[in-house]
Design a protein around this ligand. Structure first.
Ligand code: NAP
Length: 270
């Protein structure tokens, strides 16, 4: 058994309920030290206490981590850096599926589901050693099938950069605000666009992170019975979280997959 210092540390966003909470529990049960984070530190603490009850080593971050708020991300990263915490596994789980569709919904959805994971990852990468793993909790809704061919070509362009991708995502919000998103080929679904962008970010970053022996993959947990998925969803929270945990714990150090999209440990189409 490795001692506490040899134990890998995972940080999970949105760990206070749903898939994030269960992912934190499963990772701890598998022997990782888990840092549960939430917009409300008290809720993260409650999730950590529940995880401890399961015998796992779940801790909580005593400050809020609101992934849609850059100042909150910076404060959380400072706190971790101050404690010399090394993050081996980052699970970008926090996400929203908002009702309605207009520029406000588009902006708020991207702020949490696309810019959130982007900023959290950039803030925590300096704390991640070689052998680290980043998991982007995405969705089958982010599949490219059915997307306008012109937009699909832009999202899959091998020359796409982080900055060009951000510009593309901002264009979506601007097109919605200007009432021209349909003529530009965008779907009337901000959640879908947010996950298409998140998947593209995985493809853009994978080769760069491979140079540091850090893996990054997107995961679809399936349709899960959480607040977001609803009671009629086909999957239990356990099973959906297991799909995430697989990607968070696959062989590291360059021998595991990177730059892929997975469900239940199997590659799925972008
Ligand atoms: P959920 O039960 O609605 O939980 C969402 C979690 O995200 C909550 O912990 C929530 O915290 C957190 N969150 C939302 N906005 C946040 C922010 N700005 N900063 C920090 N945390 C924030 O949803 P879920 O089903 O567990 O979803 C988890 C992930 O799985 C999401 O990325 C979702 O897109 C993805 N997913 C879910 C399904 C499904 O069927 N359920 C399918 C495919 C993908 P609060 O309590 O503070 O709101």
């Amino acid at each position: 058994m490795p001692g506490p210092s040899a134990r890998r540390t995972a940080l999970v966003t949105g760990a206070n309920r749903g898939l994030g909470r269960e992912t934190a529990r499963q990772l701890a049960a598998g022997g990782l030290r888990v840092i549960a984070t939430s917009r409300d530190p008290a809720e993260a603490r409650a999730a950590a206490l529940a995880g401890e009850g399961q015998g796992g080593a779940v801790e909580s971050l005593p400050v809020a981590l609101d992934v849609a708020d850059p100042a909150s991300i910076a404060a959380a990263a400072d706190r971790l850096r101050g404690a010399a915490t090394s993050i081996d596994v980052l699970v970008n789980n926090a996400g929203v599926s908002l009702d309605g569709f207009d520029a406000g919904v588009a902006r708020a959805t991207l702020a949490t589901n696309f810019f959130g994971p982007l900023r959290v990852t950039e803030a925590l990468l300096p704390l991640m050693p070689a052998g680290g793993v980043v998991v982007m909790v995405s969705s089958g809704m982010g599949e490219l099938a059915g997307l306008d061919p012109g937009l699909r070509a832009r999202f899959t362009d091998a020359a796409l950069t982080r900055d060009a991708l951000i510009e593309l995502m901002d264009t979506f919000v601007a097109d919605v605000a200007a009432g021209r998103h349909r003529e530009r080929g965008w779907p009337s679904n901000a959640y879908r666009v947010s996950k298409i962008g998140l998947n593209a970010l995985v493809r853009v970053w994978a080769p760069q992170l491979a140079e540091r022996r850090i893996a990054i993959n997107a995961v679809c947990p399936g349709w899960v019975r959480t607040d977001m998925g609803g009671r009629g969803a086909s999957r239990s929270v356990d099973k959906g979280a297991a799909s995430i945990v697989w990607a968070a714990t696959h062989p590291t150090g360059g021998s595991g997959p990177t730059g892929g999209f997975f469900r239940d440990g199997r590659a799925i189409d972008w």
